[in-house]
Every structure is written in C-alpha cells, then in structure tokens.
Design a protein around this ligand. Structure first.
Ligand code: AMP
Length: 421
C-alpha cells in the first residue's frame, strides 16, 4: 500500500514562495514604520502558560472559553498563544522592564492560534502584527499607537478603511454602565438568545456584540457606554478625539464597539474594511490599564493594537494593490560538461559578492533545459560556459530580454552585468 499523503489541519495554511514575497515586503514596511516611530521589536514564545492567557484575556471570553489550543505535559499547562498582548505583558513583568524607566514601545509579529470555525478571513493559525506602548496613561500614547497602525496601511496604499472609536471607560464607568444595561435588558431577557442570557450576569457588555437575530431589537434601544463615563474617562476620551482631529486621522464614533477581550479600559478602536466580507475587522486595540497588574506586575497603564496579516492581504487584493514581485534573478550560469559545472560552483560566490542574485543548475540538465529554467526564473542574464569558453576566457553573455549576445572575459562579464542595473 502506498504511504498516506498528509494535509495541513483545517484552517492552517502553508505559505509558498510566490506568496511569501509579498509577506516579506509587508514585514519590511512594518519594520520601517516601527523604526520611524521608535518602537522596538519583541519576540515571545508560541507557547504560553494557560493560566496567563485565561487571566489576561478573561475566563469568560470566547477565546478562553472555547477557542484555545491547549495541552498538558507533566504539571505544566500550555496554550498556543491566541493573541500578543498578554504575552508581551508577561514579558514586561518577567523582565522588570518597568525598571528601565519611562514607557516601553514594543512591537511584534508572528503566528497566533484560535480554534475558530474557519471561513474567509478567519483561520485557526493566522498572523498578526501589533504594538504596545506600556507605562503611559496619557491620551497622547493612544494617538501614537493609532498613528503607528494607520501609517502601516498608508505605507502600502490601503487607505479605503474606516477607524471606529469608542470608550469603554474606567472600572467605575463600566460598573455604572453594566447596571444600566442590566436594567435595560432585564424585562426582555426571556425573549433573548441563550448566549445573551448567559452574558447578562457575567458580562452584559458582550450582549452588544451578539449577532443573534432575536437580540437585535433590544440591542438597538440599549443605553450607550459613553453616556456613563466618569468625568476622568470622559476627559481622556475627549482628548483622544481632539488629538485625532489635530492629526487629521478620520474616525467614526461607534458606541457599540466593545472588543472581544476583557482587558480593555478607556479607548477602544477597530479598523474596518468593507471589501473583505463578513470578517471585516483588519485590526483593533485600545487601552488596557489593568492588565499588567492582573498578570502580577506593578500597576501600569498601557495601550496597544493588533492587526491580522491575512486580512490585510485580502483587503489589498480587492484594492488591486501590487506588492513587489519576487526579486528577479540577475544571473543564471548555463553549463556544458563537468568542468564547466565545477567552474560554476566555485565562481558563484564571485557573482554573489558583487551583489548579483545568481544561481546555476543543480539537476544536471541539458543546456536547452537550463535555458528554459533560466527563463522560468526570469533571469536577466545567462552566461554560457563550456570547455572552450574556459580555455579561452571568453564567455557568452546573453541578455534574456532581447536575446542579444556578447563575448566577454570573466572580468568584463561582471562589469557588464553590474552596470546594467
Ligand atoms: P483581535 O485581537 O481578536 O481583535 O484580533 C485582531 C485582528 O487579528 C483582527 O482584527 C483580525 O484582523 C485578526 N484575526 C483575529 N482572529 C483571526 C482569525 N481567526 N483568523 C484571521 N485573522 C484573525
């Protein structure tokens, strides 16, 4: 019996070379924008302690209650990280980064995992980039985070997006609001969905997130968070709005925006695209002034964002944004005979040291097949090498664009190719 062929798990994808050239381009844009904003990269493990994620994100959130990939080994409980903020908060606490003085500006990118039902724009392994500004309660820090996020989309030309903004207030604001929501929903509870009935006690704000049909008429008339902000929370929110106006960053107020993670306080935002189907959030974030303390650190205000890379590409595709094609090959060395192959092998380095992308054929194919291979890789030039060429130090340089050929010595070859760029 032939051995079985294996497939990736549902919702998990290979990234093949053709696709990765645009990933590399995006990654370089992210690094570049991060440098301009003076954020420093942080990389945390893929596996985190389950308890950290449960505490950080909240036991009752969808992510923790049903979407975690987790396992045990001995006494240790591991989870494949579902998001980046709790891990960065853990690293901040573990390495006493607060002792460095001043606020920390960190960014990250990499794979994340959630056992969601796969569909367009929603995988079980997906990728995010994100940033955290830890240590400042100032609304200006919120703006630095939002402008970092927006600049990445600007830099790739994805401007057809909308920024939704809300405030979920401080704990006192939320306590007042929770009360108002419960008073509003209580008389209708028996007509509402089972999930919302469950959320009524535990987290009534999440009812506003409900997609269930029977809930919608009650959600429509529900009280609005921003009417319950304490004066401090209101002042914070007003400043965020004023600074956004000053920076000409357009936004829409969205009083229903609550975000799916429990750790948010004050500012909450989401970047939406109407070009990518029902999973329309490109990214989101907000303030999380209580998280660092929740995971064992000193009371430290912070604000951050996280964006999905796959969804960014979906939006870029529908906006016909081109990412640079894969870097073309400069030189393909076509060989005739074993001496020429050995010569090519030992001279590849000379081309490469001249910053020329160079390869030869490693399969021992015929010259005709090698020429085809060079074409397939969009080589700019071919060099044709056999015993005669080696003995005479005269090589054929073929320009693949117009098939023009010249006879050149080895030194002349390199000069001709480098001066043609
Ligand atoms: P969240 O922290 O859940 O708001 O996620 C931030 C961003 O990550 C979202 O706006 C999406 O762009 C992306 N994202 C979250 N979950 C998934 C998923 N399962 N598949 C693809 N992208 C996701």
């Amino acid at each position: 019996m032939a051995p079985k062929k294996y497939q990736t798990h549902h919702g998990m994808h290979d990234l093949l070379p053709e696709e990765l050239s645009k990933w590399q381009k995006l990654e370089s844009v992210i690094h570049e924008v991060a440098k301009r904003h003076h954020f420093q990269e942080i990389r945390t493990p893929i596996l985190e302690p389950t308890e950290l994620i449960a505490r950080g994100i909240g036991q009752l959130t969808d992510i923790v209650s049903k979407e975690m990939f987790s396992f045990e080994r001995g006494d240790d409980h591991y989870v494949l990280r579902p998001e980046g903020t709790a891990p960065v908060a853990r690293a901040y606490v573990q390495h006493n980064l607060h002792q460095k003085g001043g606020s920390q500006k960190l960014y990250y990118m990499g794979p994340f995992f959630r056992a969601e039902r796969p569909q367009k724009g929603r995988q079980r392994q997906f990728h995010q980039f994100g940033a955290e500004l830890i240590g400042s309660p100032d609304p200006m820090a919120d703006i630095e985070i939002i402008s970092f996020m927006m600049e990445i989309y600007d830099a790739i030309g994805l401007t057809d997006t909308s920024l939704k903004l809300n405030s979920v207030g401080n704990p006192e604001s939320r306590k007042n609001y929770k009360q108002a929501l419960q008073d509003h929903f209580r008389p209708h509870l028996h007509n509402m969905s089972e999930v919302s009935q469950h959320r009524f006690e535990t987290n009534p704000m999440r009812i506003l997130d409900s997609k269930e049909k029977e809930d919608q008429e009650f959600i429509e008339g529900a009280p609005i968070m921003t009417d319950y902000l304490t004066p401090e929370s209101q002042a914070h929110f007003d400043k965020v709005r004023r600074y956004l106006d000053q920076l000409n960053i357009p936004y829409e107020l969205d009083s229903r925006l609550v975000r799916g993670l429990d750790y948010y306080t004050e500012t909450a935002f989401e970047l939406i695209s109407d070009q990518i189907g029902s999973q329309d959030a490109l990214g989101g974030g907000g303030r999380y002034d209580l998280l660092i303390e929740e995971v064992g650190g000193p009371a430290t205000p912070a604000v951050g964002f996280a964006c999905g890379i796959e969804r960014l590409f979906l939006a870029a595709e529908s906006a016909n944004i081109e990412f640079d094609a894969a870097s073309p090959l400069d030189v393909y060395i076509v060989t005739r005979g074993d001496n020429a192959r050995e010569w090519a092998l030992s001279n590849l380095e000379t081309f490469r040291q001249n910053n020329l992308r160079t390869t030869m054929n490693f399969d021992g194919k015929s010259m005709k097949a090698q020429m085809k291979d060079a074409d397939r890789h969009s080589a700019r030039f071919c060099i044709i090498v056999g015993d005669d060429e080696l003995n005479a130090d005269q090589f054929t340089l073929r320009n693949m664009a117009d098939s023009a050929e010249q006879q050149l010595t080895f030194d002349q070859l390199i000069k001709a190719i480098t001066s043609d760029r």
